[in-house]
Design a protein around this ligand. Structure first.
Ligand SMILES: *Cc1c(COP(=O)(O)O)cnc(C)c1O
Length: 364
């Protein structure tokens, strides 16, 4: 069998390790496993959302409302855009896939920062596109403009706040990059963690409305992180209607489940849950900063629900991640991103206590 040639240089995406794997491989009790690897909300989701899902279990036999009228309505009020400006995906990941398929042809190129969300590369490579990266992991305006001018990529990805580094790009800098790019190039502004950045510092707050006037810009958001709904797979893209209509051609029917739609609608009605989570999070992330200072290693100032620790040559991130895993603590090793560091999702107070005590024990 001959597979599509583009598959030859694609590495399969490696998701955060599931709790079940640690239970199976290391014989640790599931209740003793702490997963701080996938940037999920440790407080779960809004109880109103959980109740709505449970109450509607019998709707599982029905196809969902394919127009997604109510969820689009909720998002359009939340962001002051029209329903026609919105496309909803099974996670914003699916919207990224639509974008890639709608725009890229073999030998096109895409531009992103040196260390960023792994799926941009995978979706682009599926279409045979070339990957261009800026020298820095941060989104530096001068580097983006220089690489853009050199390669004229078809898509430019701006991940702010950036995963897996946790730093953010100011609205002013994002607009500088957008303004330097011609309308032949799509700029994707991925705001998967925007709720955290907006609450930390207004300079980093970007809303779809800030971008919608640009014909060649799309804003992506998700319910997977701050809203605590990773398992429901709901994300969205917001842009001008011409762009949204083209992306719609890539969409399979019924791409969002009946229960996921309900969950998203309830989540929009109970935003207080997100605010409360962020308040708890703010206290806990301070402990991670203090921990790094105490043990003497660097960290990247975080605008997200995770923190990235950077190690010097006396500490090996793969070694540390393996040792933590054997103790039932799952974090994300960044070695595959070319960084000697780890990304840790900020958990509940108890989960964080456990992480600190085990990490203290395994550090050289
Ligand atoms: C988690 C994440 C997404 C998408 O998550 P979905 O669960 O597919 O909505 C997109 N971009 C970044 C940077 C992320 O971290």
């Amino acid at each position: 069998m001959r597979f599509n040639d583009t598959l030859k240089n694609i590495k399969t995406y490696e998701a955060g390790k599931p709790i079940e794997l640690v239970v199976r491989e290391f014989g640790i009790d599931a209740k003793d496993v702490v997963k701080l690897a996938s940037n999920e909300n440790p407080n779960g989701c809004s109880p109103y959302v959980a109740k709505a899902i449970a109450k509607s279990a019998n709707k599982a036999s029905l196809y969902p409302d394919d127009s997604m009228y109510e969820l689009k309505d909720a998002l359009s009020s939340k962001f002051s855009v029209t329903r026609e400006n919105i496309i909803i995906g099974a996670g914003s990941d699916q919207v990224l896939e639509f974008i890639s398929r709608a725009l890229l042809m073999p030998n096109d190129s895409v531009l992103m920062s040196r260390v960023t969300f792994a799926m941009y590369e995978i979706y682009a490579k599926q279409m045979g596109a070339k990957i261009i990266r800026t020298p820095s992991y941060q989104h530096r305006v001068d580097e983006f403009i220089e690489e853009y001018n050199r390669h004229k990529p078809k898509i430019v990805y701006i991940c702010t706040p950036n995963n897996p580094t946790g730093d953010a790009t100011s609205k002013e800098d994002v607009l500088k990059i957008i303004n330097a790019i011609s309308e032949d190039t799509l700029v994707v502004v991925d705001g998967a963690y925007m709720e955290y950045a907006s609450s930390k510092d207004k300079k980093y707050s970007i809303t779809p409305n800030d971008l919608i006037e640009f014909e060649n810009v799309i804003y992506l958001g998700t319910f997977s992180k701050a809203y605590g709904l990773g398992g429901m797979r709901i994300g969205y893209g917001i842009a001008n209607t011409t762009l949204i209509n083209e992306l719609y051609k890539m969409r399979p029917p019924f791409n969002i489940t009946t229960l996921s739609l309900l969950a998203g609608i309830q989540a929009c009605k109970h935003e207080e849950f997100v605010e409360e989570s962020i308040t708890l999070h703010r206290e806990e992330i301070k402990r991670y900063e203090a921990f790094a200072q105490e043990l003497g290693f660097d960290y990247i100032d975080s605008y997200t629900n995770f923190i990235t620790y950077l190690f010097d040559e006396t500490i090996n991130s793969t070694d540390i991640s393996d040792k933590l895993l054997k103790e039932g603590v799952i974090i994300r090793n960044l070695a595959s991103y070319g960084m000697n560091g780890v990304r840790i999702t900020i958990g509940t107070k108890e989960q964080n206590d456990r992480l600190f005590s085990v990490l203290r024990r395994v550090l050289p």
